[in-house]
Design a protein around this ligand. Structure first.
Ligand SMILES: Cc1cc2nc3c(=O)[nH]c(=O)nc-3n(C[C@H](O)[C@H](O)[C@H](O)COP(=O)(O)OP(=O)(O)OC[C@H]3O[C@@H](n4cnc5c(N)ncnc54)[C@H](O)[C@@H]3O)c2cc1C
Length: 412
């Protein structure tokens, strides 16, 4: 089978790229070892994070570092045996989190963040899943007035970037979320982000649209991908597919292709867990709520209230160790009346992360016809569609919606 482009990976990034390239008139084959949006893009908190204009940096406050170092916090957890392996990466992450470097990363990411909601909205309308888009923002809730005041001072710095929010005192937050307990004393309601009740369903909706428009979505293992006459080829359940252009959008597994081709890109994973709960009685959660002082999110999803955890530093292949979930669950019950667990096992996902908090998007430096699009960190669901747009614009030599300089693969 011959195509113009083969896209490896049908997470939110891969399906969005496939749709954009198809829209531009290319014959595209999308390849994944399983269905669309069934890995990291399935289990996230569903935030399309228009307000996140500063990436998640390595903490620099001594108290936070100490808390993380003791490995007893809810927000972050690490496998002790993995520390020597991840230490050089953490050092790069630390350096990239200096105030100056962080400001640079924020500026680089801003054009993508600014377009995140509109690009999702356009694809959702075309895919017939527009009702999934909830344009009601999310709430950053606080247990301590001191931390709320500090966050409000920081939030004011986002105003010049057009970020809108409501400062919520005790009464205001309970008016918007009547079933939050009195443990919560206030919050910040970010108004610009959108949210979805089923992020995996959104990726599946995009994949369906791609197939309806004549695209082929085939099962195959990206490890069989390699150079072939006239470009690239990969083995699939329906035979070998070759194409002039190959796009690697395998999220946390992208190294299975780039490493054998000789690229040394510092891709690591920050693991995260989720669990669904039924709400007790008639309790309702209207928006996703971040318990800022504890470091987890409660989000109203199709399957129930989804609790998602912060970052775990461990090998991608290590068995699940959901200690953060076990720590977060009683804290979550303090702020919202959760009933029993609705899943048999916690879900485990891998955020694909680069130490400078920017994805790799663009042509592979050493191989003509090979493109990379991975490493979207905490915001891959947010940035999938706009990444598709950027890749399409770059391939066609059009003015790009964001400066590709910041996303080059050879910056490391
Ligand atoms: C707990 C948690 C909460 C999060 N919350 C948010 C949020 O609210 N908002 C947000 O924007 N982001 C969030 N994220 C991050 C976001 O989920 C990711 O950045 C994003 O899903 C990455 O998408 P992707 O398409 O790059 O990777 P994936 O969705 O992981 O897709 C990669 C694809 O590659 C396929 N694949 C892998 N290996 C092979 C192979 N050998 N052969 C063929 N196919 C292969 C996989 O099957 C998969 O379909 C969260 C992440 C976690 C873990």
């Amino acid at each position: 089978m011959r195509a113009d482009v083969v896209v490896l990976g049908a997470g939110i990034v891969g399906v969005s790229i496939a749709l954009h390239l198809q829209e531009r008139g290319r014959r595209v084959v999308l390849v994944d070892r399983r269905g669309a949006g069934e890995e990291t893009s399935h289990g996230n908190a569903g935030l399309i994070e228009r307000a996140s204009i500063v990436p998640y940096a390595f903490p620099r406050e001594l108290t936070t570092l100490l808390r993380y170092g003791l490995n007893r916090s809810t927000e972050a957890h690490y496998h002790l045996s993995f520390l020597p392996k991840i230490a050089p990466w953490l050092l790069r992450y630390w350096r990239a989190s200096s105030p100056r470097a962080l400001a640079e990363a924020s500026r680089a990411m801003l054009p993508l963040i600014e377009l995140c909601v509109t690009e999702h909205e356009r694809l959702m309308a075309q895919a017939g899943i527009a009702p999934m888009l909830r344009k009601t923002g999310w709430i950053k809730a606080f247990r301590s007035q001191r931390n709320l005041d500090k966050a409000l001072a920081e939030a004011a710095r986002a105003k010049p970037f057009g970020i809108r929010y409501d400062a919520l005192d005790d009464a205001a937050i309970h008016a918007r979320e009547p079933h939050l307990s009195d443990v919560i004393v206030g919050g910040i309601h970010w108004l610009d982000p959108a949210t979805v009740p089923d992020p995996g369903g959104v990726a599946k909706g995009y994949a369906r649209l791609f197939v309806q428009r004549g695209g082929r979505f085939l099962e195959g293992d990206a490890r069989s991908f390699g150079v072939a006459p006239g470009g690239w080829a990969v083995d699939t359940a329906e035979g070998r597919v070759s194409a002039e252009i190959g796009v690697v959008a395998l999220g946390p597994w992208s190294d299975v292709v780039f490493a054998p081709l000789g690229y040394r890109i510092p891709l690591a994973v920050k693991r995260g867990y989720h669990m669904h709960y039924k709400a007790s009685g008639n309790a309702v959660l209207n928006h996703p709520v971040l318990d800022t002082d504890s470091g987890f999110v409660l989000a109203p999803m199709s399957q129930g209230i989804r609790l998602t955890t912060g970052a775990e530093f461990a090998s991608r292949e290590a068995p699940p160790t959901p200690v953060q979930l076990d720590r977060a669950e009683p804290l979550a019950r303090e702020i919202f009346p959760l009933s029993e667990r609705a899943d048999r096992e916690p879900w485990l996902g891998n955020r694909p992360c680069l130490p400078d908090m920017r994805p790799v998007i663009g042509p592979a430096p050493k191989h003509p016809g090979l493109w990379f699009a991975f490493g979207h960190n905490h915001h891959g669901f947010t940035l999938g569609p706009v990444t598709g747009r950027l890749v399409g614009e770059m391939m066609d030599g059009q003015a790009p919606c964001a400066d590709p300089y910041w996303f080059r693969a050879d910056r490391f």
